[in-house]
Design a protein around this ligand. Structure first.
Ligand SMILES: [Zn+2]
Length: 381
């Protein structure tokens, strides 16, 4: 695992990569780091550098209260006094002041120190430092978090944190230990969903979940892509929009409302979710779930549907290798999708290679044509 983490950082040791390593690889025993990440992304644009724990408590507890309302399990341990207070606040049994006080007292106990720990050691850079010398404890934002704000596509980061949070809490909720989290891509809208006991639950945006690994680049040509504008209302984060419906006959209307064109204003670089092996093969390949996360990549529109776009052709072998690398990367990152990927493509690396080769052989047999495009940006993964 360590190798994969260092590879991830060396490939593009940018601030964004470090930030993403926190979101993707940090320890997941509680969801607090996601709440902290979202709070930091919210506070940074104000330009303030010294943030008291009192000030931090507001966004931090707000994000947790929001999530605990739809996903009660936010820690792997049995419980927490802080989360009890969040619950009480949601139920109208605790005042906002009580919530904020409890947050300052118990909410930050581990997360402030643990945030920058990835793969067992501290990152070489920090997005904040802490100053607990005075009775009024505070954190001090570093230049790094402000630079992150300036980076292109920084608006994706909040959505990615949200997507990762949703996947983690879903895994906990389902008590996933092996292969049961059958996450699938819904073609109606940009959503990943799971089917459990005849219920379909939407999990998160496919774009936001996959983008962390592609670092804002098209899977095929490395051109810049966007997963949308985080300033636009994001329906998936509001508990009232969390919909449980029966899998049959069709997904809830919510999915439709999340269709890509409703995001943001500039849609020119808004990415497509592409089936690496074209979905048209599904009937001829009943053994492979082509809606599975293993077969989904984010692409620019040019590659997916342009004149020389991929369409129903089979990607060149170099892309197959890239897909394998991506899937191995997800598996070794302890992502909640790890089990899903392994269930869909094989338990060992050798099995997964053989699975991909098998699908590729059948695909080219049916579709005949290989497809390749010119590389636009620098090769990033
Ligand atoms: Zn492209």
């Amino acid at each position: 695992m360590a190798d994969h983490i260092s590879l991830f950082q060396e490939t593009q040791p940018s601030l964004e990569s470090y930030w993403r390593s926190v979101i993707l690889f940090g320890r997941n025993v509680a969801s607090y780091k996601f709440a902290l990440a979202k709070s930091l992304l919210e506070i940074a644009p104000t330009g303030r550098t010294e943030i008291s724990l009192e000030a931090l408590a507001e966004p931090f507890s707000r994000h947790l209260c929001e999530h605990i309302a739809h996903s009660p399990k936010q820690v792997t341990s049995r419980g927490s006094r802080f989360l009890d207070t969040c619950r009480a606040y949601n139920d109208g049994l605790a005042t906002r002041d009580a919530l904020l006080q409890a947050t300052v007292k118990n909410g930050f106990n581990n997360v402030i120190d643990a945030f920058h720990v990835v793969g067992g050691s501290e990152l070489p850079i920090q997005f904040y430092t802490k100053d607990y010398s005075a009775p009024a404890r505070k954190i001090i934002l570093t230049d790094e978090i402000f630079k992150l704000q300036d980076a292109s596509f920084s608006s994706n980061l909040a959505m990615e944190a949200e997507a990762r949070w949703r996947l983690v809490e879903t895994a906990w909720e389902q008590q996933i230990s092996a292969g049961l989290l059958a996450i699938e891509y819904s073609e109606i809208g940009d959503l990943l969903s799971i089917n459990t006991k005849n219920r379909r639950k939407t999990v998160t945006s496919a774009r936001a979940a996959l983008n962390g690994y592609q670092k804002g680049k098209c899977f095929y040509c490395f051109d810049d892509i966007s997963i949308g504008d985080s300033k636009s209302p994001s329906p998936i984060i509001r508990p009232e929009n969390l919909d449980y419906t029966f899998a049959e006959p069709e997904p809830p209307l919510l999915l439709v409302s999340e269709k890509a064109p409703t995001y943001g204003t500039d849609t020119s670089s808004l990415c497509d979710v592409d089936h690496f092996f074209p979905h048209t093969l599904q009937r001829t390949l009943p053994g492979a779930n082509l809606n599975g996360i293993w077969n989904l990549v984010l692409t620019c529109r040019h590659c997916n549907r342009g004149e020389n776009g991929k369409s129903a052709r089979v990607p060149a072998l170099k892309y197959l290798e890239r897909l394998h690398t991506r899937n191995e990367f997800l598996i070794h990152s302890h992502h909640p999708l790890r089990e899903t990927l392994m269930a869909q493509t094989g338990a060992t690396t050798a099995e997964r290679i053989s699975f991909l080769r098998g699908v590729d052989a059948e695909a080219i047999n049916y579709l005949i044509h290989r497809w390749e495009t010119e590389t636009v940006g620098e090769e990033e993964f």
